[in-house]
Write a protein that binds this ligand. Sequence first.
Ligand code: SF4
Length: 303
Amino acid sequence: MWRFFLEELGYTAVVSGLTGRAQLNAGVKAAVDEVCLPVKVFLGHSLALTSQCEALLIPRLVSINRKDYICPKFMGLPEMTKQVVGEHLVMVWKSEKNCALGSLPALPPEIREGFSYRRIKKSLQKAEATFRAYHGLLQQGFLPDEAERILFEGAEPRREDSRRRIGLIGHPYCLYDPFINLDTIGLLRRYGFQVLAPEFFTPQRIEAELRVLAKPLFWTLSQRIFGAFRLLCKEKVEGVIYLSAFACGPEALIGELIKKEAKASGLPLLHLDLDEHSGEAGFVTRIEAFIDLLNRKRRLSCV
Ligand code: SF4
C-alpha cells in the first residue's frame, strides 16, 4: 500500500531487499538485548536503507481495532529507529486509534507538503484499493510472494488445491521472511504441501473464533494467531507449524493457548522458536521429522 501511495505522488519508494546475514548482524549490533528478533531484523533493514534514500517512513501502529492493541515493541519502532539511524531521517505514520488505512491526518506532514488535499486523498484511495486486492488474493489461498507476482508482475493466478494441506501460524514477519525461518514455506512446498497461513482467513472469521475465550486477548496479532489455529482445525489441515520469535512477550501467553487448543483438537502441532542463532540442520530436521509423523498418521488412516 505504501509503495503504491508514494509512487502515485511521484516519490521513488525504495524497499529494502530480502533479509540476509549482513542486515541481521547489523540489527543485532544496533539493538538493545531485550528486543525480539523481528525488531532486530527491522533495525538492520533500516540501517541498510540509510545510504539509499532521503527518509524512512516508519509506522507507529497503536490500535487498529477497537479495544485491542499492537505490542509495545512494535509501537516503539519509530523511536527505536530514530536512535539507530538518527532522528532527522525518520518520518512517522501514526495510527493513533482504530486507524483507517487511508486516514489523511495519519500521514507525516513532510509527505503531504506541496500536494493538494484532493491529490493526496485520491492517491490514498488508489493505494487502499491495491491493499484490498492484495488481501483478497491472500484470502483465496495465495501466499504473499504469489499475490505480489499476480498484482505487480501480472502473473497468471494458479493455485494447486489438490495438494496436501498444512497450517503455518505466527506473526507475518516471521512467516514470510525466508532468511529468519530458513525458508520454511519453500521446504513445505517441496514436500508437496499447500501452506495455509492466518492471512488466508478474513478478520470476521477470525473474530468469530475469539468468542470461545473467557477473556478477550489484548494483542491484535495474538488474536489472529489464535483464531487462525482454530480455523485451520476446521479446514482439516494435516498439522500446524507455529513459528514464534525469540524474546516475544505476547507469544509467551499465546503459545500456551495454542498448545491447549492443539491438545483438545488432536491436531499435530510443531512449535519452533526463531532466533538469530537458528541453525539450518537442527531446524530443518525438526520439520522433516514432523512431516514423517504426518505421513505415518496418513498411512495409518488409510489402512
Ligand atoms: S509481537 Fe512479539 S515479535 Fe512482534 S514486535 Fe512484539 S515482541 Fe516483537
